[in-house]
Design a protein around this ligand. Structure first.
Ligand code: NAP
Ligand code: ZN
Ligand code: ZN
Length: 347
């Protein structure tokens, strides 16, 4: 099946309209007619080559929502017409210890990513900036009716990437959580941590988005550009979720804000290494951690949690021809708070 898509021809050229091939629907596959695709900062890191070699031309996009158009003969989890989503991975080995523990995102063979991975059939996976995608049923999520399609799309990456560490490090009543960077991931981290009952503080570069941050559920809002912030908030958080996409931030200053046994979990994925000073970890017996997306079961749990708590992304819907401008605005931290492509504009 040949379908319309938008692809990056190289690291330096804009994305352009193209067509890509989707495999035939196998017995365990679901064909999804895509409605919306979120623009994640990881799409930009990937196409610009920040993280290494890229199989160009490449169609990115791993915040996908749509409607089931066809199912394979053995499919039991989804039916034609269902509202569904696909996130950052479309398969895994299913045999390793992590897969067997239901943690496919940490598959020891490497999970099959939604784009730029080698698929089971040897082809390169192509992402959601396209009209259709074929995905094996176990990696397709149910999108609750309560969440509009466009606002649900960013939950498939930004939502689960923040929900998973908040759950793992037990954000809840009595915990003090700081979210660094109020972008796509950050704004959902604020909403989710607030819904879990934590006391939430935003640490943004400036106070420009303060009103939004408080409206989204933050209790406090500080600018990291103000040195007084680091004095005032020293040793005061149990958990810091760092969503910043760049390594040019004061990571040791952020570590100094952790209370006894506190953890800074890094979900931001900058191209450059972070210059961690181990002495920043000695005080208060601090931990520095990382976290990658979340499992399929946890992604479903997150979608259901968001529906129950009235949480969804704040989005700016764009036509596919605006995606290159959207990339520049994301890079300039000028997004409130996720661009989502209306895939009808690709049809
Ligand atoms: P985004 O929308 O661009 O948000 C990042 C935010 O970081 C910006 O809005 C900005 O917030 C802040 N920021 C940017 N540059 C900064 C700098 N130099 N110093 C301090 N703060 C800065 O990006 P996103 O889509 O949320 O993604 C964030 C990062 O997470 C990316 O690196 C992405 O690849 C990564 N990611 C990781 C996973 C995972 O599994 N671990 C999954 C998805 C994404 P303020 O304006 O508020 O300062
Ligand atoms: Zn992403
Ligand atoms: Zn595995």
């Amino acid at each position: 099946m040949i379908v319309n898509a938008y692809a990056a021809p190289s690291a330096t050229e804009p994305l352009v309209p193209t067509t890509i091939e989707r495999r035939e629907v196998g017995p365990h596959d679901v064909l999804i007619e895509i409605r919306y695709a979120g623009v994640c900062h990881s799409d930009i890191h990937t196409v610009r080559g920040d993280w290494g070699k890229v199989p160009y031309p490449l169609t990115v996009g791993h915040e996908i929502v749509g409607v089931v158009a066809e199912v394979g003969s053995e499919v039991t989890r989804h039916a034609v017409g269902d509202r569904v989503g696909v996130g950052c991975m479309v398969n895994s080995c299913r045999e390793c210890v992590n897969c067997r523990a239901g943690q496919q995102q940490y598959c020891l063979q490497g999970n099959t990513q939604t784009y730029a991975s080698t698929d089971r059939d040897g082809t390169v996976t192509q992402g959601g900036y396209s009209t259709h995608i074929v995905v094996v049923e176990d990696f397709v999520l149910r999108v609750p009716e309560a969440i509009p399609y466009e606002a649900a799309a960013p939950l498939l990456c930004a939502g689960i990437t923040t929900y998973s560490p908040l759950r793992h490090w037990q954000a809840g009543p009595g915990t003090r959580v700081a979210v660094v960077g109020l972008g796509g991931l950050g704004h959902l981290a604020v909403k989710i941590a607030h819904a879990m009952g934590a006391e939430v503080t935003v640490l943004s570069q400036s106070l420009k988005k303060q009103e939004d941050g408080l409206r989204l559920g933050a209790d406090h809002y500080f600018a990291t550009s103000d040195p007084a912030t680091f004095e005032q908030l020293a040793s005061s958080f149990d958990l810091i979720v760092n969503t910043v996409s760049s390594a040019s931030l004061d990571i040791n200053g952020l570590l100094s804000l952790l209370a006894l046994d506190g953890t800074l979990v890094n979900v931001g994925a900058p191209a450059e290494p972070l210059p961690i000073q181990v002495f920043a970890l000695f005080g208060n017996r601090r931990s520095f951690a990382g976290s990658g997306i979340g499992s399929i079961d946890e992604t479903q749990e997150m979608l259901d949690f968001c529906a129950e708590h009235g949480i969804a992304a704040e989005v700016e819907v764009i036509g596919v021809d605006q995606v290159n401008d959207a990339y520049e605005r994301v890079l300039a931290s000028d997004v409130r708070y996720r661009f989502v492509i209306d895939i009808d504009t690709l049809a």
